[in-house]
Design a protein around this ligand. Sequence first.
Ligand SMILES: Nc1ncnc2c1ncn2[C@@H]1O[C@H](COP(=O)(O)OP(=O)(O)OP(=O)(O)O)[C@@H](O)[C@H]1O
Ligand SMILES: [Mg+2]
Length: 285
Amino acid sequence: MSIRFEKVDHEYSPKTPFAFLALQDIDLEFTEGKITAVIGATGSGKTTLVQHLNGLLLPTKGSVTVGEHTIKAGEKLKNVKDLRKNVGLVFQFAEYQLFEETILKDVAFGPQNFGVDELTANEAAKRALKTVGIDEADYEKSPLELSGGQKRRVAIAGILAMQPRLLVLDEPTAGLDPQGAKNMMELFRSINKKSGITIIIVTHNMEHVLDYCDETVILEKGKVIFHDTAREFFENPQYMERARIDAPNIIRFKELCRQRGLEFDRDTLSIEQLARQVAARRKKK
Ligand SMILES: Nc1ncnc2c1ncn2[C@@H]1O[C@H](COP(=O)(O)OP(=O)(O)OP(=O)(O)O)[C@@H](O)[C@H]1O
Ligand SMILES: [Mg+2]
């Protein structure tokens, strides 16, 4: 399923004194089957960009193609239901959108809303809840009884139950404790590995980009200034500086060593690799 922006502008409140061009001339193609991080400073246009993927926002110039759907500026959105079924968009703090009286009902709501019968919807919901690690004993509980992190998992299950072909997550780990955030990222990786689904994650966490993402897109003032593999991104620290992003600890450590005359391989990007290299050098000496 191709996911492509062509010459896309998005202007908020056009033709008013509040008009604001939040996206400018975006040409971008996301790679199928990969996990892509969308990063950039606050206000750079990340949320605006991803909300075009399920037609929540429409381009004011250019076109967005998602599989067989092409959304052109100035045209009415067609087949919205099918688009929203195929593109699962998880908002930041998605847990605020839980509303049904039980967890199972909440997760089954999506598929039922798309015309699936109750039994099949419940089965899909159970599968999705299992994927996100919610205990069967909790299915009949109210979503309100869960912790923040668990609620967010239920909200994500609600999207997964619709079996989207593209999963878009806007800051899915914001506000979670470090372990909870890590578990969440592990979950996305396992979903990606198991089903091959394309995942787009908006994030401010560079450690997550380093550990879990295949590609990186950087936005700056509504423009794409970089799109390449995550590896290429971390090997070019000038982009992190430009996007005013703090490098992950391992990248900073390598840079500080380099300044002191100790070079490591460019593609050493995990602590394990680094430890191995340090040990090997000590042995040599
Ligand atoms: N509804 C709106 N009306 C007018 N301007 C808006 C609206 N929503 C966002 N903007 C502006 O568009 C720009 C991009 O906003 P967006 O929310 O896409 O940024 P972001 O990169 O997601 O930021 P953050 O990291 O803070 O979530 C910002 O300057 C913002 O003020
Ligand atoms: Mg945002």
